[in-house]
Design a protein around this ligand. Structure first.
Ligand SMILES: [Zn+2]
Ligand SMILES: [Zn+2]
Length: 348
């Protein structure tokens, strides 16, 4: 690692060790703090000193076994902000010292029918950060330089981290709603709090649906510009033109369809959802469309970061030190905060 930069990085690299929070089989639904070797970047990879890493609901699905890790002793985390500290021999896109973002999509094959039609998010051989590759719950991470994203300078590290999945997947889901004027958001967490601001900035009306009785989240939604906020088990005040489901509760699908006008699209934005209940066809009739959103493309990343450069998205990070990753996950599960949890590794 000849071109390692930064004093903290220098010291850790000199020792060749780093701290990581690891998902180990048999450890139950908790990550284990481990010391590991700092990985070396080969080929297209860059080595990043992690500055901040967002905590995503997908990480909870991993912890709970609803999503199977694809390697033993996996380091989760796919909303990584880091500084390039070493380059593989073929990672010419970036320079040492540059700040980059690492999103969920870690690799696509470039050859399958999906990749060749601009849909690398559906690639048969796609690999994902914090699922197939070790992620950002660590001091250092290696990532394929071709899949890293530039980050708008207006966001500091902890405010930028939630953009990388909550923002990006939220953006892809939002884009699926076309020109919908009245937009319903079910589950007002990390993704919705970013999408709401995008939608408001673009002149849409946002209707926020939260757990019944969750007055705090409803206030948060109104503070971010929602014209209405209320319980997800109740009716919408007006027929919606589209809805996005960020909550992982399949029972919300018929509710959202019922809240929508004819021709509306309901987008399921999560990687996992509980089973959908049986429902009358009348809920889908009238050219209502029910679809999911899977992953992201690099084009989504570029388009969203251009928007985030222009629109001042007030992400609401709740910062935890890396060693408290389990607390961050528990608080996410409990709905203990508004906005997005972000892990920050302490200086080496
Ligand atoms: Zn995510
Ligand atoms: Zn492919």
């Amino acid at each position: 690692m000849g071109n390692m930069a930064g004093t903290a990085g220098d010291r850790a690299a000199a020792r060749g060790r780093m701290r990581a929070m690891v998902l180990e089989p048999g450890a139950g639904a908790r990550l284990c703090a481990r010391e590991r070797l700092v990985p070396r970047p080969h080929g297209h990879d860059v080595l990043l000193r992690v500055s901040a890493c967002g905590v995503c609901r997908t990480d909870l699905h991993l912890l709970d076994g609803e999503l199977a890790p694809r390697r033993a002793a996996l380091v989760p985390g796919h909303e990584i902000v880091g500084v390039v500290c070493a380059l593989g021999s073929r990672a010419a896109q970036w320079r040492v010292g540059q700040r980059v973002g690492v999103p969920w999509l870690a690799h696509s094959c470039g050859a399958c029918a999906f990749c060749r039609s601009g849909r690398e998010n559906l690639c048969d051989r796609a690999r994902f950060t914090g699922l197939d590759r070790d992620g950002g719950y660590a001091d250092y991470v290696v990532a394929d330089a071709r899949y890293c994203l530039p980050l708008p300078a207006r966001y500091d590290d902890v405010h930028a981290a939630p953009l990388l999945c909550a923002g990006l997947i939220g953006y892809r889901a939002y884009a699926m709603t076309g020109a919908a004027r009245r937009l319903g958001l079910y589950g007002f967490g990390a993704a919705a709090h970013i999408v709401a601001q995008l939608a408001v900035a673009q002149g849409r009306e946002v209707y926020a649906f939260t757990r019944p009785g969750d007055a705090r989240s409803q206030r948060f939604a109104r503070a971010l510009g929602a014209v209405w906020a209320g319980a997800s088990d109740g009716p919408a005040p007006v027929p919606l033109d589209a809805a996005i489901l960020f909550a992982a509760d399949g029972a919300l699908v018929p509710s959202a369809l019922a809240a929508c006008a004819k021709g509306a699209t309901v987008v399921c934005a999560g990687i996992h959802m509980s089973e959908l209940p049986a429902m009358p066809y009348a809920l889908l009739w009238g050219e209502r469309c029910l679809r999911s959103v899977a992953n992201l493309t690099r084009a989504d990343g570029a388009a969203f970061m251009r928007l985030a450069e222009r629109i001042d998205l007030r992400t609401a990070p709740v910062v935890y030190p890396l060693a408290r990753a389990n607390d961050a996950l528990a608080d996410l599960r409990a709905g203990a905060f508004d906005g997005a949890a972000v892990l920050v590794p302490p200086p080496c």
